[in-house]
Ligand binder design. Structure first.
Ligand code: BDR
Ligand code: CA
Length: 310
């Protein structure tokens, strides 16, 4: 099975992804590390504890960075995820305690304890991973890989014309993470926006798991309101579950390899630029590292995997 640390800012699609990971027999979640993003970091940490309690899973939950690497405190996404981060469903908060370590320290500690075995799955802004790299420069050698939900390589952004939310929220941290020498796989809007989920999908989750699927179903109503504003149909996007689905079944995805960088220029801050192999684009401009970029997914089989796993 895959040992993972989930670095998260719950968040409605984060909740859906966390429960999917907990329910996957091939995934062993060593802990949840939290970061500001959709909500302030104190709320992200509390929400992660609440999700663990709901699922009956007893693993460490850590609080991480609460602001970007550079620049002012970011804006949160309550208009997407609700005041509580869970579509204003307001579940009973857990009374469990946080692990005393910071998210970055927990990532470093686990990587040292299981060298070469852990994949960090980051589904929020990348400040914790950037900080972990500073605490332990050998981190790339100690981890098996890093999979992120973030970025938009060949499609428009969702915060600016060119930037996706997780990268835009902490572009300097993201650039540090993209520049590190590890196996990085990016699941950006290129692939996450190709799979709109309809109400029937949420009903299937609830049918298969009244408690966890029922919670995702209820929380996602607010999320669907947001995504349905500018379209005829009622849908939402579960961005954050995709990197986990890839660990469970890599055959679902089409991946291209390319040199990638994150812009910190104010004009296009948070843009992820990728020069794929076999194009005329300069392969290693400004020292860009090679990463894997998910560009396509089998929608039918992915949907079935989520439903069967819940
Ligand atoms: C990402 O931003 C957040 O709102 C979601 O949880 C997801 O991680 C999508 O751009
Ligand atoms: Ca997220």
């Amino acid at each position: 099975s895959h040992k993972i640390i989930l670095d998260t800012d719950p968040g409605i699609d984060d909740a859906m992804a966390i429960f999917f990971a907990f329910q996957s027999p091939d995934i062993d979640v060593l802990g949840l590390t939290t970061v500001y993003g959709n909500v302030p970091v104190e709320m992200a940490a509390q929400n992660a504890l609440t999700l663990c309690e709901m699922a009956g899973v007893d693993i460490p939950v850590c609080k991480g960075v609460g602001m970007p690497w550079v620049g002012p405190q970011s804006k949160y996404a309550h208009f997407v995820h609700g005041n509580d981060g869970f579509g204003d469903v307001c579940p009973e908060p857990s009374k469990r305690e946080l692990d005393p370590r910071s998210s970055a320290q927990f990532i470093v500690d686990m990587a040292r304890q299981y060298p070469g075995e852990i994949t960090v799955v980051a589904i929020g802004p990348l400040g914790n991973l950037a900080l972990a790299l500073r605490l332990e420069p050998e981190l790339p050698k100690l981890l098996k890989g890093v999979s992120i939900m973030g970025g938009a390589a060949f499609v428009p952004g969702n915060v600016t014309p060119v930037a996706e939310a997780n990268i835009w929220n902490d572009a300097y941290a993201a650039e540090i993470v993209f520049a590190a020498d590890w196996n990085l796989t990016m699941f950006g809007l290129d692939v996450t926006m190709t799979v709109p989920f309809e109400p029937a999908f949420l009903e299937s989750l609830r049918e298969n798991n009244a408690k966890l699927g029922g919670f995702v179903h209820d929380a996602a109503q607010f999320y669907m309101d947001f995504y349905s504003q500018n379209r005829e149909d009622r849908v939402c996007f579960f961005h954050d579950a995709m990197p986990i689905a890839h660990l469970v079944d890599p055959s679902l995805f089409e991946i291209v390899r390319g040199h990638a960088r994150v812009s910190t220029d104010p004009l296009n801050i948070g843009q992820t630029s990728v020069a794929p192999e076999n194009t005329t684009a300069s392969p290693d401009w400004l020292g860009a590292q090679q990463i894997d970029v998910a560009v396509k997914v089998d929608k039918e089989r992915l949907t079935k995997l989520y439903i069967d796993t819940y």
